[in-house]
Design a protein around this ligand. Structure first.
Ligand SMILES: Cc1ncc(C[n+]2csc(CCOP(=O)(O)OP(=O)(O)O)c2C)c(N)n1
Ligand SMILES: [Mg+2]
Length: 560
């Protein structure tokens, strides 16, 4: 079943869409994701004509795909939505982009300029759209004059790219989209993204003094350490220090490095390593609740914290020395000042031992999942993106045990919202067509945006969607059970995924028992196109240990 696309010729007159194209070109952005509407038609038309427009089925998916595109390419992702409900639909995914600090430019329509705020019931008119957009983004602005569109877009991109990064929304009244013309714009040139402030020499000297005295140092990486991977690796090996990471700090140093303990800080062995350490060097991390046993994990008192955001210093764990600045710049300066390793004999081996133990223990615990995890790693190229939805296989092992080798391949919803992984997979597959992408999703999460299977089929992305089917919201089931709560709201009527895949013209495999996943994955990846593998979680053998999320439920004695 092939579906052909008809391309129309360029319209007689250029529109604001051509200005958007100019801005995108200036920043090396090749694709936009979105849903067409009377409120963004000129934008979609020009992007389709001059660059690539990827049709998705929901505005949240457009933002998720743009977000993943940005994470994978290291550039900016663009999402185009309609005004009103379309812009509102984008909100949940914009919140994810905000949480993750993603470089997303969200351009949405607005009713014609003269009707804004008139409350006359103009189609798609909503009160306070700009206020809503402001609340869900790093910044939001409106095009108020046709000749000012390029400046507004450039300013938006500048805000996105100014550290700490984040998504920006621009609303553009429909009439002004048509009236805007290239060549008539004020200040249309690319603006300068301000460089991160140079770190203070005093702070670096103080940090180096403390670090030089460390006998048992440990490094903790968050997503803010991206760009400093080579330096961190050098320092870790010079020092013999183990590297713990948050989920988003994963693979900044490739996870097959023998000093990478990884996203295992909250395990007993990870906690023990932290307990034994005398100095912690943290770089660009939030110390989020999920990664610190809701802030109860004991961290070394001596703490050098590096972050580009001054507000992060000491926010969760007191910093003995805070260094504000770009991670790579700060690490370069620290490497200069820390020429020799004087750490305790055997300390590096201690980190290696923890690395081994946490992996062995989890591999045993996850039973039949271990084979799936191993097959994924064995069969996927190192450059493949693994886009993970919020499902047990992600939380339990995909976010930790499944080795990743570069930050760009580590795509997951940092804010924990389900239903975003599939569209992230679409964005990743578009960004990296030369290697297969894999999506890990639960039956619940994938059902949030089933329409995005059609988007994936439409773009023909080389992407294998792996749906782990336990007929419901398994993680909440486990939570209810572990806490003596009633089993409500968790058992779902689940689609026939074979029939669904057939309707999507996607090759399909159902696996479950031992030995069944590997061959299915091999065949799926060999197709070079979109495929669907359903894993019957109930057939996994040996039965995996249960996973319950690391959230605090008040004990009866805590209740007033
Ligand atoms: C947007 C959003 N709504 C609700 C939740 C709560 N939630 C977390 S995991 C989950 C279940 C996901 O089910 P599924 O994808 O089938 O994965 P499973 O837990 O069964 O492995 C739900 C409902 C959430 N995280 N995000
Ligand atoms: Mg499920």
């Amino acid at each position: 079943m092939t579906q052909t696309r008809e391309r129309t010729t360029a319209p007689q007159t250029a529109t604001g869409g051509d200005i958007l194209v100019e801005v995108m070109r200036r920043h090396g952005i090749t694709h936009a994701f979105g849903v067409i509407s009377i409120h963004n038609l000129p934008l979609v038309e020009a992007v389709s004509r001059e660059l690539t427009f990827v049709e998705v089925r929901h505005e949240a998916a457009a933002v998720n795909a743009a977000d993943a595109f940005a994470r994978v390419t290291g550039g900016v992702g663009v999402a185009l939505t309609s005004t009103g409900t379309g812009a509102g639909n984008a909100a949940g995914a914009m919140l994810e982009a905000l949480t993750a600090g993603s470089r997303v430019l969200h351009v949405t329509g607005q009713v014609e300029a003269e009707w804004i705020g008139s409350n006359r019931g103009v189609i798609h008119e909503v009160p306070a759209q700009l206020e809503m957009l402001t609340a869900i983004s790093k910044g939001a602005s409106r095009v108020t004059a046709a000749t000012d569109s390029a400046r507004v877009l450039e300013e938006a991109v500048t805000t996105i790219l100014t550290a700490p990064h984040g998504p920006v929304s621009v609303e553009w009244p429909t009439d002004l989209q048509y009236l805007a013309r290239p060549g008539t714009q004020v200040e249309a040139d690319a603006l300068t993204v301000p460089a991160a402030v140079d770190p203070s020499v005093d702070e670096i000297d103080a940090a180096a003094r403390l670090l030089a005295a460390a006998r048992r140092p440990v490094i903790w990486l968050g997503g803010g350490a991206a760009g400093a991977g080579a330096q961190v690796r050098q320092l870790a090996h010079r020092w013999g220090a183990g590297i713990l990471t948050s989920n988003s700090g994963r693979a900044i140093v490739p996870e097959d490095d023998d000093l990478v303990v990884g996203n295992f800080a909250s395990t007993p062995q990870g906690a023990a390593l932290l307990d034994e350490a005398d100095v912690l060097l943290s770089i660009g991390t939030h110390f989020r609740s999920n990664e610190t046993r809701t802030y109860s994990l004991r961290l070394p008192q001596q703490h050098v914290q590096v972050d580009v955001d001054p507000a992060a210093i000491g926010r969760v764990h007191p910093a003995t020395v805070g260094v504000r600045g770009d991670a790579a710049t700060v690490l370069d300066a620290l490497l200069e000042r820390l020429p020799d390793a004087r750490t305790e004999q055997g300390w590096a081996d201690r980190a290696r031992e923890v690395r081994r133990e946490v992996r062995d223990q989890l591999t045993t615990y996850i039973g039949g999942y271990a084979e799936i995890c191993r097959e994924l790693r064995d069969q996927l190229p190192r450059e493949s993106v693994v886009a993970r939805d919020v499902t047990i296989p992600s939380s339990q092992w995909g976010n930790r045990l499944l080795e990743l080798y570069s930050r760009e391949t580590n795509v997951f919803p940092l804010g924990g919202g389900i239903g975003q992984g599939l569209a992230m997979g679409v964005g990743a597959a578009v960004a990296r067509p030369e290697v297969p992408t894999v999506v890990i999703a639960g039956d619940g999460g994938v059902s949030v945006h089933l329409g995005e299977l059609a988007s994936l089929r439409g773009v023909g992305g080389h992407c294998c969607v792996i749906v782990f089917n336990d007929s419901g919201y398994g993680v909440l089931r486990n939570m209810q059970q572990a806490n003596g709560l009633g089993r409500e709201g968790v058992d779902l009527w689940t689609p026939d995924f074979a029939a669904l895949a057939q309707s999507m013209d996607m090759p399909y495999w159902r696996t479950g028992g031992p030995g069944s996943f590997g061959p299915a994955l091999r065949e799926a990846l060999a197709t070079g196109g979109p495929t669907l593998i359903e894993v019957d979680v109930t057939a996994l053998d040996p039965v995996p240990g249960a996973f319950t999320p690391p959230v605090h439920i008040p004990e009866p004695e805590e209740r007033p």
